[in-house]
Design a protein around this ligand. Structure first.
Ligand code: SDX
Length: 425
């Protein structure tokens, strides 16, 4: 952080003094809101690599140091000591719940876990091989059709209720979408179980309701959801905020976030990583894969590598990398793709191309190997990411709705089209 509280920008014969905003942690920000009025200039920053879109107190990332804090708590400590539902409460409310608050929150999530029968009709209307992210988008949007009578965004309790409904119902939607793809009958969540166990049982139980919970699986999934819960202004969260800034309801905003997450450059990378590892096939082919990834004309990238913010190890990738071997051992799963992934990581981290560009494994690099070991099909991997990230999306939407500085998002552009011309003939 600098000790400047303002900067001066000289633009030809004009100059403007711009205030500097001081964050709790991280880079100082130059407030350019009066730049155009005083100088006539816009700014250009494709991909918003150096542009803050809002003020937020939820998550902080230091990309150079590989630091990730949820409401100030380091992700490593939350991974070790917390639970996903406690992290959800923390993200939304800003403070950890006491025992009574956590119990009440768990009970409220259980009470809201079921979905309207019309959701089953909607999911059933999709082809069996429809991508689960397409179905999840539609199902979340449909929730706004079901709860249209309680969408008064000026009402704090209705905003809170919508947040709880989204967090409670996305696991149920995910389970129903999985079952649809497998030709299994739709079912209802067992609300006597905790959040993660409820999701697992509903997803995997046989038609007669039988399913044996494995506590190692519950713990692994709980941790994966913690690691995926939030990540400040990533593309999908920024999408939720942009849609939310128009006054659209929270279900529509989160449905938009799901579509943004789907892209292989973002949350879709976990699915792309597994396909990439399967394509590489064996550790013997790792060297040639690294060569291909460095060749811009190949169109091949090492999926699960690189990050817009982390120019050091993604701390989540470290935790997931460490847990992968442990989970596979607990489940007695041997996956040759794990050897390929480990070899690929080692080769890339020693290669000048990746070192020079500070390309490290990110959250998506190992997660798919664990999901595979948990019997989750590849096409469901990004749904799993969305399930964990719903809490972050909802926390940012709630924060935005009470932000006095919130305006409708409406970027400017650099126009490169034709000059004005007359319509001849
Ligand atoms: C997530 O933002 C978030 O917080 C996202 C996320 C979250 O929790 O919400 O962390 C989740 O989306 C993680 C990222 C998952 N995506 C992937 O794993 C896809 C592969 N990675 C990339 O496509 C890329 O690294 C991005 C999209 C993640 C970041 O892209 P940037 O910041 O726009 O970087 P860039 O494309 O400008 O790349 C910089 C250089 C380029 O080379 P030069 O032009 O400088 O020579 O690095 C190269 C790129 O070609 N590069 C890669 C690479 N990633 C970047 N080269 C090979 N393989 C890669 N994976």
């Amino acid at each position: 952080m600098s000790d400047l509280d303002q900067v001066t920008l000289n633009a030809g014969e004009k100059s403007v003094v711009l205030p500097v905003i001081k964050p709790t942690l991280g880079n100082d920000c130059v407030d350019i809101s009066k730049l155009t009025k005083e100088t006539g200039y816009f700014t250009y920053d494709s991909g918003f690599t150096a542009t803050a879109s809002c003020k937020s107190a939820i998550t902080y990332i230091d990309g150079d140091k590989g630091v990730l804090l949820y409401r100030g708590y380091p992700i490593e400590q939350l991974s070790e000591k917390s639970s996903y539902v406690e992290v959800v409460y923390l993200l939304i409310n800003g403070e950890r719940p006491d025992a009574a608050q956590l119990k009440a929150f768990n009970e409220e999530l259980a009470a809201e876990a079921t979905v309207d029968a019309s959701i089953n009709t909607l999911i059933g209307s999709f082809a069996k091989d429809a991508h689960p992210m397409a179905i999840l988008t539609a199902a979340i949007a449909q929730l706004s059709g079901i709860y249209h009578a309680s969408l008064d965004l000026a009402d704090a309790e209705q905003r809170r209720k919508a947040a709880v409904r989204l967090i409670a119902k996305v696991p149920t939607l995910s389970a129903l979408i999985y079952r649809h793809g497998k030709g299994l009958p739709a079912n209802t969540p067992d609300t006597s179980l905790d959040y993660v166990s409820r999701f697992l049982k509903q997803t995997f139980e046989a038609a007669d309701g039988s399913y044996e919970l494995n506590q190692d699986v519950v713990k692994a999934l709980d941790l994966l959801f913690i690691l995926h819960a939030d990540h400040e202004q990533n593309a999908s969260t920024s999408t939720v905020r942009l849609v939310g800034s128009t006054g659209a309801n929270p279900y529509a905003s989160v449905a938009a976030g799901v579509t943004a997450l789907w892209g292989p450059a973002h949350g879709g990378a976990n699915e792309a990583v597994l396909k990439m590892l399967e394509e590489i096939g064996s550790a013997d082919n790792v060297e040639s894969a690294v060569v291909k990834a460095k060749d811009k004309t190949s169109g091949f990238r090492l999926m699960g590598f690189g990050h817009r913010v982390y120019k050091n190890f993604d701390p989540r990738a470290k935790v997931i990398g460490e847990m992968t071997g442990k989970v596979l051992k607990q489940l007695g799963v041997q996956d040759p793709l794990l050897d390929v992934a480990v070899k690929l990581e080692q080769a890339a981290l020693q290669d000048e191309y990746f070192v020079a560009r500070k390309l490290y494994p990110n959250v998506d690099f190992y997660s798919g190997i664990i999901y595979k070991a948990l019997q989750i099909p590849t096409e469901m991997f990004t749904v799993m990411f969305a399930l964990g990230r719903t809490s972050g999306w909802v926390a940012h939407w709630l924060e935005q709705q009470v932000d006095p500085e919130m305006k409708i998002g409406r970027p400017r552009q650099v126009y490169t089209g034709s000059d004005v011309r007359d319509y001849q003939g």
